[in-house]
Design a binder for this molecule. Structure first.
Ligand code: ADP
Length: 497
């Protein structure tokens, strides 16, 4: 058995690991927050893109219209009151329109003519930089005054889009330039507003998620805490605790069922252990009492009568043997179960080994009238721990002798079966009730009925058998019919000699 962890270590473990409560809470919050930020972010980007595309398209349409309108007035587009005409075009198309010289001077609209459609752009009448870009864009688009081609591009510094075209000369200028501008400042305002809203929403969602996840984590961890508390009580020996988790979902129900099962098993083991102490101390006490009584008898009565003295001394010897075998059984079992005694496998002739073990029961044939029906196939070899298998065979045959019926018959069989060796011992006794069949293999279990026992039993026989066979990994079991008898069987691996 593994040593239980010390309390200190358990406590240390608890401090080191993060609680489920925190993990649930953190995951929930982070996930919700990421979703909100992701949705908000993609919305901002999508809006920006759509707005820009739409503005570009709009500008291209309106720029072309203005370009056409200007050219329709050829050969003298800059006739009388041209300033008003440009303003009219700008106003009707909801854009800014400028006619520029090659150096970036504004020809139209006239500077001194203040008008409501250009209020905020007074300073943008400085086109010295912008004209350079405009010219570059136009030349790469291959636009000339004659072909009326155009260029559309984004002007980041002015936060807008530009439609440009080359126009015929005016005054001493060889060429003039049409500069149509559509601002996207509105969109930027909307986007930044959206950003603020997303952020606010994120904060709000964070707070809601915080509270909700807190409640949810509490809901999920409550049954765990509850079960921990109950498991602690169980560890303290309270077999009355009842684990239940139906109100928390199927996993918790399953866990609760498992824990209830563990509770039943542990309490059973505990009960058996207590019974053992009672049984063993009783079993120890009986021979001790006998030894004391006969020793006293020798001292007081039979010391001088050799015949009687020898008889009494023999009782003392027998009882001492009984005590010794009880002690060695208890020791064997605890050593086996603690893993101190390991299995040493070797190849041996199981057939003759069974015969050897049977010889130990010969005296019963003569003195007790027992009948052994033996059917042992020759030369069956197996690999196992010979001595321990001897114990198994002896215990199983001994039990059959103890529990067989009136006819005092025990059948022993050893034969090849499906590439293995089957060993079976059958009695004609009362059989074992189905509800007792699982328990008989447990340490200290004894059925409630009492028997006359020709072979000494300590109540540990079958648990020794079980432990040894489990250590070997061999298949074993019992078939029993109440009122007819039982067959205990073991399958050994068949090995070539
Ligand atoms: P013991 O025989 O010393 O009581 P065991 O561990 O060998 O201890 O057996 C445990 C219990 O299993 C027995 O008390 C008996 O109730 C039951 N049992 C074992 N072998 C048989 C059998 N061949 N027929 C009926 N009952 C049996």
């Amino acid at each position: 058995m593994k040593k239980p962890r010390s309390r200190r270590k358990v406590y240390k473990n608890r401090r080191q690991s993060t609680s489920i409560f925190f993990m649930l809470w953190a995951t929930f919050t982070v996930v919700t927050l990421s979703i909100v930020l992701l949705l908000g972010g993609t919305q901002v980007i999508a809006l920006e893109e759509t707005y820009k595309n739409e503005t570009g398209r709009l500008l291209m349409e309106r720029g072309a219209r203005i370009n056409r309108a200007v050219r329709e007035r050829l050969p003298d587009p800059f006739g009388v009151n041209y300033d008003a005409y440009v303003r009219h075009l700008a106003q009707t198309n909801d854009v800014h329109v400028y006619i520029l010289t090659g150096e970036g001077e504004v020809l139209f609209p006239l500077e001194d003519n203040s008008d409501s459609i250009y209020p905020a752009y007074g300073e943008e009448y400085d086109f010295t930089q912008k004209i350079v870009t405009l010219k570059e864009e136009l030349s790469s688009a291959g636009a000339t005054a004659e072909n009326g081609e155009f260029a559309v591009y984004e002007e980041k510094s002015a936060k807008g889009f530009v439609y440009g075209a080359v126009l015929p000369g005016y005054g001493e200028n060889e060429e003039t330039y049409l500069y149509v501008f559509k601002s996207v400042v509105m969109m930027e305002a909307v986007v930044s507003e959206l950003r603020v809203r997303t952020l606010m929403m994120a904060i709000f969602v964070f707070l809601v998620a915080f509270a909700a996840s807190m409640a949810l984590s509490g809901f999920f961890t409550r049954p765990i805490n509850e079960m921990t508390e109950k498991a602690r009580r169980l560890a303290g020996g309270d077999w009355e605790v009842d684990f239940h988790g139906t109100e928390y979902g199927s996993e918790m129900t399953e866990l609760a069922d498992t824990l209830n099962f563990a509770r039943d098993e542990i309490s059973k083991a505990d009960k058996l252990q207590k019974e053992l102490i009672a049984n063993v101390s009783h079993d120890f006490k009986t021979p001790l009492t006998m030894i004391k009584a006969y020793a006293s008898m020798i001292v007081e009565i039979s010391g001088d009568v050799p015949e009687k003295r020898n008889k009494h001394a023999q009782v003392i010897i027998d009882e001492t043997d009984r005590l010794a075998s009880l002690v060695s059984d208890v020791l064997d079992l605890s050593k086996l179960q603690a893993g101190i005694q390991e299995i040493k496998r070797n190849l041996f002739d199981l057939s003759s080994y069974v015969e050897d073990v049977l010889q130990r029961f010969d005296y019963l044939k003569e003195t007790g009238g027992y009948r052994f029906v033996v059917e042992v196939e020759e030369d069956l070899y197996t690999v196992a721990d010979e001595l321990k298998i001897g114990q198994v065979l002896y215990n199983l045959i001994g039990n059959a002798v103890n529990y067989t019926g009136e006819d005092k018959t025990v059948k022993i069989l050893l034969k090849r079966e499906d590439g293995r060796i089957r060993f079976a011992v059958t009695d004609t006794g009362k059989g074992i009730k189905p509800e007792e069949r699982a328990d008989i293999w447990n340490r200290y279990y004894r059925s409630s009925e009492t028997h006359k026992r020709p072979v000494r039993g300590t109540g540990l026989g079958l648990s020794i058998v079980k432990t040894i066979l489990e250590k070997h990994g061999f298949l074993f079991g019992v078939d029993s019919t109440v009122g007819v008898g039982s067959t205990f069987y073991v399958y050994f691996p068949l090995e070539e000699n």
